[in-house]
Design a protein around this ligand. Sequence first.
Ligand SMILES: [Zn+2]
Length: 96
Amino acid sequence: MIGDLFVVVWDDGHESYYPLEELRRACPCAVCSGEPDLFGRMAGGLPQRYTPASFVLQSVEPIGNYALQPNWADGHTYGIWAYERLRAFCPDCANK
Ligand SMILES: [Zn+2]
């Protein structure tokens, strides 16, 4: 991590720099994206209320070898970023 950027170095040598705020706002979990959960219920459906802690990354846990789970300082740990999705979200690649 560099300041407010989350850095990923990929197997092919590409480096991705994700602004933490954008990463959090794009959180793929059901609560943030408003998608129904496994049981078809809407999880909350309320707009997220962000605090400064929402954009502070405490740690990132690897999930198997296919995803990363950011651990946000406000206690939000539901977002699971599959590597494919994370790579597709790379701000650098998106501009090409
Ligand atoms: Zn989320």
